[in-house]
Each structure stands twice: as structure tokens, then as C-alpha cells.
Design a protein around this ligand. Sequence first.
Ligand code: 45D
Length: 165
Amino acid sequence: MTYTTSNTASEQLKAFQSLDVDQQLALFYFLYQEMGKSVTPAAPGASTVSPEVAESLFNQVKDLSFEEQLQLQRDLITGKNSLLAREYGSFSDTTKLLFWYRLAQGMDAQQVVPLPPEYKLSEQGQQLFGQITGLEFQQQITLFRNIVAPMGTDPNSAERGAGNL
Ligand code: 45D
């Protein structure tokens, strides 16, 4: 068994976060494509998810240019402060996940900037893709929640008035 195949959940999270920002976006989208079919809008009324809140942020992003959409997604990953990043930061983890899910659906509907057609994952990204797709569905969801949770800006710790858009 190699080191990478024995990665634990928290090591997979670290490995994901150690990829460069564009690789994280691409890997996340490939994972969506892989699992997307098995995610039905499962129990939208359930637990801590707020579909209308995720939808409202999605609609704001949808109205941006493709370049701005890409920048926003990069900024969410790097934790750059902005109005939209603070709005995102105020969501529950599951609502954050739903928001990313909506973005990916938006890509499929050509409302959100698509991946360049020949975009490839790095060796490291491909390995991680293999590991993550091999996880049980529940473990995948947990990992995804942990991936999206720290993104954006926590509105309570963000300096008031800082950032715009
Ligand atoms: O030019 O309990 C690159 C809910 C390169 C319901 C790029 C759920 C340069 C409640 C950067 C690649 C549904 C929430 C461009 C559960 C370049 C509930 C662009 C489950 C253009 C369990 C890259 C939800 C881009 C789940 C634009 C499982 C990349 C949700 C964009 C899973 C990537 C959601 C995106 C996932 C990835 C979403 C938007 C995996 C989204 C992934």
C-alpha cells in the first residue's frame, strides 16, 4: 500500500487544499461530474440547508461576467474578502455545499464559466480524484463539506466595510 492510498480523511482534505487554486476548482468540478448523478435534491427541507439562500447568491454570481465568476470562485478558495465572500461565509456548511452544487449545475447550463475544454488535472490532482471517488458516498459528502466550510470570508471576523463587489 502506498502512502497516498492510505490517506485519511483529514489528509485528503489537506491534499486537496495543497493543490493550486485552479486545480482545486477543476478537481471539484470533476468530482461533481462523477457524483452529480447520484445527488438528487435529497430532502431539500432537511436540516441546516437553506435552498433559497444558496439560490440568491447563485443568482448574483450568474449575473457576473465569466471572468468575474472565475475570479469570485478563486477568491472564495483563497479567502479574499468581498461582499459576496462574506455572504457565502455566513452560510451553514451544507448551504455552502449546495451553493457549489448550483455553480456546477450552472456550468452545465452554460450560465457559469466552463472549464477550458482540454483542461487536465495534475498528477497529484488525478491521484486525489481516484482516492475521493473511491470513498463511500457519506464520506465524500463529509469531505466536500470540510472543503467548502473554510472558503469565503467569515462575516464576523471580516473588517467592516473592507472589500467590495
Ligand atoms: O480558465 O444534505 C479553471 C445537498 C482553469 C442537499 C477554470 C446535499 C482556468 C442537502 C480554474 C479550471 C444537495 C446540499 C477556468 C446534501 C480557467 C444535503 C474554471 C449534497 C475557466 C448531502 C473552473 C450536496 C471552474 C453535494 C469554473 C454532495 C470550476 C454537493 C468550478 C456537491 C467548479 C457539490 C465547481 C460539488 C465545482 C460541487 C463549481 C462537488 C463544484 C462542485
